[in-house]
Design a protein around this ligand. Structure first.
Ligand code: SIN
Length: 290
């Protein structure tokens, strides 16, 4: 690794601070992801518990809570500690407006999130984070993991010259990219927004790379050929550099809470013909700012 890559990793690790009094936090990798135990999310949480979960969230970006027995109301109550709930886009008639079913079966032709993306980045104010509660994992006990990448590290590990080039550029995030050639339902116009390529996390102020292959169509200030080449290079960083990411192996009744402002994720559909089922709640966010 280049020295600036090593420095970037070290600066992330040294910023992490324990100890915790009310929860146990075990990291998945030094740079992203942690398992949190010693907390029952079906119960009312104390202010200290919520503050410690928030601290762990800002440090590790992806928190895994296992063996949780949660009703929809428990799920929503936990989510509301971090903000208002973000309504589901295109909810099924009669369904809960805040709960998105993430379901894959033998009959599925596409599966939500099967590619690197950040949830809803084509929105003017993409969600702060998502909480996915998976109750059914594929039969046989393997497959259906989710990868999460740390986009602070993706930015910080770039060469100083590349960082200078990217600072100040903006990109279009287009909901049509996510439809991948399929036609959206009648009357639905997918969102489209311009966001800075490098943004700052609204709570920590730290910079990160904010483009993703699930939504970003092009960089405004470059020619189409330049934009494609640069975006492909930036997307490849995430796809090829395992040191940026952690891998969550789901077990039934696991809730994962991830920060959409500074991570991307990829739900791996490697378990056909088996089924996987979960329910996802998103939390309102703010407009990304440089
Ligand atoms: C998603 O929100 O993209 C789905 C994640 C998953 O199914 O693991």
């Amino acid at each position: 690794m280049e020295q600036y890559e090593l420095d970037a990793i070290e600066s992330i690790v040294t910023r992490q601070q324990g100890p915790y009094e009310t929860i146990t936090v075990d990291t998945l990798t030094p740079v992203i992801g942690a398992e949190v135990s010693g907390i029952d999310l079906s119960k009312e949480l104390s202010d200290t518990q919520v503050a410690e979960v928030r601290k762990a969230f800002l440090q590790h970006h992806v928190l895994v809570f296992r063996d949780q027995e949660l009703s929809d109301d428990d799920h929503k109550r936990f989510a509301r500690h971090f903000g208002d709930l973000h309504p589901v886009t295109l909810p099924e008639p009669g369904s809960d407006p805040y709960i998105l079913e993430i379901s894959a079966t033998k009959e599925s032709h596409v599966v939500a999130g099967d590619g690197w993306h950040s949830d809803g980045s084509a929105d003017a104010a993409p969600s702060l984070g998502s909480m996915l509660y998976v109750t059914r994992t594929p039969d046989g006990g393997s497959g259906g993991d989710t990868l999460f990448a740390n986009m602070h590290l993706a930015y910080e590990a770039l060469s100083p010259a590349m960082k200078t080039f990217l600072d100040g550029l903006t990109a279009i995030h287009d909901g049509m990219v996510a439809w991948q050639g399929h036609t959206p339902p009648d009357g639905y116009v997918p969102p489209k927004e311009e966001h800075p390529v490098v943004v700052r996390h609204p709570e920590t102020g730290r910079k990160l790379l904010y483009v993703n292959p699930g939504y970003t169509s092009h960089i405004v200030q470059l020619s189409p050929v330049e934009s494609r080449a640069l975006l492909d290079m930036l997307f490849d960083l995430v796809a090829r550099q395992q040191k940026l990411s952690c891998r969550v192996r789901w077990t039934p009744n696991t809730l994962v809470f991830w920060d959409n402002r500074c991570t991307q994720h990829h739900a791996i559909w490697d378990y056909y013909p088996h089924s996987r089922y979960g329910r996802r709640i998103a939390i309102e966010g703010t407009r990304p700012k440089a």
